[in-house]
Design a protein. Structure first.
Length: 392
């Protein structure tokens, strides 16, 4: 069995640079990940692994590849998404040890680290005592995607059998719990034409914008009431208003108003609990006669909690210690990632460890190659700690 140091030395910064840059150069906004998935699949085949391309969502395929070493051993699933947000970005480029481009940090460098870790284990012929599954998907990024690709893989029943390592989020901390997230979109409309405010008042015509604002006010009341209540790792539950639109002139009553945002909630909540909360909000704000309301309430994942002594938690902490010489602190995650869905819907423990980027969804997104190298080494050490080696 090769030593850890010899395995770490096999990690190639050049390969990681080239693969990350190649993935980033292939645009993959949510809903259009076919080309990048095809390229990724060729990279997996180059490792000598069979890969299945799943086209439940043809424009956003998922993939499953298996590195099977011991049918009776543990199985660890390495997971990541290949789609990016739709925000514009300058063309990808490399400068000063950094790769710039949409998806560089979120999360194509994590996908590259997954592949490089498996490449090292295969080329070094490490006798793993268990098995690896590599899973990718799209339809991750809201508001266009809502984890449909991941949920489709979970529904198969054989892609997430035991434990998962997601290649994004934490770098120098490990989230053992996380908030859930609901995305709400509320459209308020009325028939007729835009009217002067005084004409509308005389005719009893309701203002969609006023009703939307009252709904927003009620949400903020819930937000303020939750502020004193704190989860050990997650803080209070929150409402956030991202958009409130309506009207085109200071004294004209519009025919439409739009409101959207997020509600982030604790792990003890079910989706039925969240639906009931929104019903209470609407019940508390009577709708004026003449208005129509259309509501979309979408889940990007429920909250989750995992025990500190879960084997995959301990394996990642061990792997991190072996690479960095430091302990990996435990925290809570405020943002939703694949871990939420895997833990709550696949029913298995999962952890997230990314490439150290802090620029996900930013106007200028980048990742440091040296951090991608470190993450790859943490993946190798974590895989070994979780699966073990035959004869040891």
């Amino acid at each position: 069995m090769p030593s850890l140091d010899s395995l770490f030395a096999r990690v190639s910064a050049e390969r990681l640079r080239d693969l990350t840059l190649a993935l980033v150069r292939i645009p993959s906004p949510t809903g259009d990940a076919r080309a990048v998935t095809a390229y990724y699949a060729e990279c997996v085949r180059a490792l000598g692994l069979p890969i299945e391309i799943i086209e439940t969502y043809p424009a956003s395929p998922s993939t499953v590849a298996r590195y099977e070493r011991n049918a009776r051993g543990r199985t660890l699933t390495l997971d990541g998404h290949l789609d990016t947000i739709h925000a514009p970005h300058v063309p990808p480029y490399m400068e000063g040890g950094r790769i710039y481009g949409r998806g560089a940090g979120d999360m194509k460098s994590g996908i590259a680290a997954m592949l490089e870790a498996v490449r090292v284990l295969i080329e070094a012929d490490v006798p793993l005592a268990g098995n690896l599954i590599l899973a990718t998907h799209s339809l991750h990024e809201a508001p266009i995607g809502h984890m449909e690709g991941l949920r489709d893989l979970i529904a198969r029943g054989d892609v997430f059998p035991e434990a998962a390592l997601v290649a994004e989020e934490g770098f120098d901390a490990l989230s053992i719990c996380g908030k859930g997230q609901a995305v709400f979109e509320i459209e308020v409309t009325r028939p007729g034409e835009v009217l002067h405010e005084n004409v509308a008042r005389r005719q009893g015509v309701p203002n969609p914008l006023e009703y939307a604002i009252r709904l927003a006010e009620r949400m903020m009341q819930h937000h303020d009431a939750a502020a004193p209540l704190h989860h050990l790792y997650l803080g209070p539950e929150t409402f956030f208003l991202g958009q409130v639109h309506g009207g085109d002139f200071y004294n004209r009553v519009p025919t439409r108003a739009f409101l959207n945002g997020t509600h982030r909630f604790w792990p003890n909540k079910s989706w039925a609990d969240i639906e009931h909360l929104f019903e209470e909000i609407f019940d508390a704000v009577p709708k004026p006669h003449g208005l129509e309301v259309q509501t979309r309430l979408l889940s990007n994942g429920l909250g989750y909690e995992m025990p500190e002594d879960a084997p995959i938690v301990q394996a990642l902490r061990t792997g991190y210690q072996q690479v960095t010489g430091r302990s990996l602190p435990l925290v809570g995650a405020l943002s939703v990632c694949d871990v939420n869905v895997i833990v709550r819907e696949a029913g298995i423990p999962a952890v997230a460890h990314g490439t150290g980027t802090t620029t996900a969804h930013a106007d200028l997104e980048w990742v440091d190659i040296e951090k991608v190298v470190r993450t790859t080494r943490v993946f190798i050490a974590t895989i070994l700690a979780y699966l073990g080696v035959k004869g040891e």
